[in-house]
Design a protein around this ligand. Structure first.
Ligand code: GDP
Length: 413
């Protein structure tokens, strides 16, 4: 496995009200991230549906706890976050190991009751979020009305980074309010090409107006951007992007992008937004150690920042049983671990020998010999490690904060 610098890792989840398009969006993300180096090699003609069918057959996309994908020299680990209300505990568990999330709402109904529940859960863990308004091709879809439900139902300060060009059957592309250009698709089939063009004449005024709104919110969150804005009345793209990322991480505002995953419009810009605006493991504070006995959750605690050169520490966040046996999914927070190493299970005060390790991709599982801080891998052969346990080097046998249980029942009526 080539080592990916920490700054170029994104550990994200995709969360949505059931039916808003989480599965479709995840599949498209895996398709577009796999295309350039793997799926693109499949002979044209038998590509996508075959790929999706195989995928379903193997069940990797849907049942895997985390799938690794590459996008423009970045590694994106997509961690499964179940959407069902019955799986609240599961949602909770997986939110713990995310650094950021794509929060999907749909373009007709906007925020729905379950979206509210998931939003509040993500708030509890301060998960930075990008909002993706999906299904803009559907009859009755309205980007602006759906975005308004973010204010009405969630009471949040959102900023549009994109606007749709056309709507429903006429959805053609998006205006990018950061780059101030437009992405227009040439078709709506999987893999359809797109052009980056000037903003259409009839949308120029609207784009300017919405860029102003965006700038107002973004510069308020960043001094350097504010200075440029006051000097020049605008902000250079690189400074603007950095400021958007900062505000997204702090939660000062919530950026909104849009598209139609089903019609293959908006997925690549969404991936760009993930790498531009969601944090890497080093952009955030790190994970806290668990409270000591007698301490409660609010007590001051040591924070473990992401660092490859420190002793190993990771958190087992999900165990799945598939035809290969027990796979323990571990989020590595610190250090390096090699197969064959022995680590402590600091939660249970035991030892574990690490057998084989795998990284799960959409179309294959890749055996790896070492895992680094920031990454996610599946371990085979751990004997006593359960969900929520910490694995750590005896050099610094920390116990990481576990997922909070029990999860309060949230009334969504
Ligand atoms: P999930 O329950 O959130 O995982 O939603 P799915 O991805 O399974 O999508 C639910 C339904 O909506 C499926 O029938 C999808 O084909 C459809 N769907 C998903 N995305 C879109 C979209 O962008 N446009 C339209 N028209 N349908 C979509």
């Amino acid at each position: 496995m080539a080592r990916t610098p920490l700054e170029r890792i994104r550990n994200i989840g995709i969360t949505a009200h059931i039916d808003a398009g989480k599965t479709t969006t995840t599949e498209r993300i895996l398709y577009y991230t796999g295309k350039s180096h793997k799926i693109g090699e499949v002979h044209d003609g038998n590509t996508t549906t075959d790929y999706m069918a195989q995928e379903r057959e193997r069940g990797i996309t849907i049942t895997s706890a985390a799938v690794t994908a590459e996008w423009k020299d970045y590694r994106i680990n997509v961690i499964d976050t179940p959407g069902h209300i019955d799986f609240n505990i599961e949602v909770n568990r997986s939110l713990r190991v995310l650094d950021g999330a794509v929060f999907i709402i749909e373009g007709v109904a906007g925020v729905q009751p379950q979206s509210e529940t998931n939003w509040r859960l993500a708030d509890r863990y301060n998960v930075p979020r990008l909002i993706y308004i999906n299904k803009l091709d559907r009859t009755g879809a309205d980007f602006y009305r759906a975005a308004d439900t973010l204010t009405e139902k969630l009471g949040i300060n959102w900023v549009a980074l994109q606007l749709p060009i056309g709507i429903e059957d006429n959805l053609k592309g998006i205006v990018d309010l950061v780059e101030m250009n437009a992405v227009v698709w040439q078709g709506d089939e999987l893999g359809a090409k797109f052009d980056i063009v000037e903003i259409p004449a009839d949308m120029k005024e609207k784009a300017q107006e919405w860029r102003e709104k965006m700038l107002d919110a973004v510069v308020a969150a960043d001094d350097e951007a504010m200075e440029k804005y006051l000097e020049d009345g605008d902000v250079p793209t690189d400074i603007l992007k950095r400021a958007i990322k900062k505000g997204t991480i702090s939660g000062e505002f919530r950026p909104v992008v849009c598209g139609s995953s089903f019609k293959n419009k908006g997925v690549q810009p969404l991936l760009d937004a993930v790498i531009d605006y969601l944090p890497s493991p080093v952009d955030i504070e790190g994970i806290k150690v668990a409270p000591e006995e007698g301490q409660d959750e609010t007590a001051e605690r040591r924070v473990i920042p992401a660092d490859e050169n420190a002793p190993f520490a990771g958190l087992a966040f999900k165990i799945i049983n598939d035809k290969y046996g027990n796979l323990t999914f571990v989020r590595v927070y610190r250090g390096v671990l090699r197969s064959g190493d022995t680590v402590m299970n600091t939660t249970k005060e035991g030892k574990e020998r690490v057998g084989r390790m795998f990284q799960m991709h959409a179309d294959k599982r890749e055996e790896i010999k070492e895992v680094f801080a920031g990454d996610i891998a599946a371990f085979v052969g751990l004997k006593d490690t359960g969900t929520g346990d910490t694995l750590a080097s005896s050099e610094d046998p920390v116990v990481l904060e576990r997922m909070a249980f029990p999860v309060p029942v949230i009334d969504i009526s």
